[in-house]
Design a protein around this ligand. Structure first.
Ligand SMILES: [Zn+2]
Length: 195
């Protein structure tokens, strides 16, 4: 079981949870927690990005070439997102090339979305009458746009134990670790051992 299945999400926002999909107990990003399309879909359903109908339709596409191409694009997006937020967490400006890429990605997502009235406001949604592998990426793009425009980015922090990025909603200094059950406990055990 991957960390996200075992311990849940910690990013405080779905896009941050996406860039945190690693199982590494340290500062590497080698243990992929989204190793294939099926796992990526399961993650998306758990994260609330896909409903059952979307999940089942996309699952049926598992063995197609468009899916393997889409996975490559999702991996590139995940690392772009991570570099971007890693700089924000370090209170630095993102790399100019990354900023342009993020902007392009968000523009692309809006081009694939429509405005829909929900109660007393309009929101951007993805039309899912025809389900294509790109739907996941469009939804991530809309989520990223909302994260960048509505959250206080001063609250973006990086866990000192791993590469996990999260929104700190706590008062004062707030929380330090991604999760107490992984990095928090590891640090406690190391202190206890005098390491
Ligand atoms: Zn951590």
């Amino acid at each position: 079981m991957h960390y996200w299945e075992k311990f849940g999400f910690f990013g405080g926002h779905v896009f941050l949870d996406f860039i945190n999909t690693y199982d590494d107990p340290g500062k590497t990003r080698d243990e992929d927690a989204l190793p294939n399309w099926k796992t990526a879909l399961k993650w998306s359903k758990n994260a609330g990005l896909l409903d059952n109908r979307e999940y089942n339709a996309l699952l049926a596409l598992s063995e197609t070439t468009s899916v393997s191409k889409e996975m490559e694009t999702l991996y590139r997006l995940r690392e772009l997102g991570w570099r971007f937020f890693n700089n924000i967490a370090a209170k630095k400006l993102p790399d100019a090339t990354d900023l342009t890429a993020v902007e392009e990605f968000i523009k692309w997502s809006f081009q694939h979305a429509t405005m829909q009235k929900e109660r007393m406001c309009y929101s951007w949604v993805v039309q899912t009458s025809i389900l294509e592998p790109t739907i996941l990426r469009v939804k991530l793009g809309l989520a990223l746009s909302s994260l960048l425009s509505t959250e206080n980015l001063d609250r973006v922090n990086e866990c000192p134990g791993c590469t996990g990025i999260f929104l700190n909603h706590g008062r004062g200094v707030g929380r330090r670790w991604c999760r107490m059950k992984t990095c928090g406990n590891r640090a406690k055990t190391n202190r206890f051992r005098g390491a």
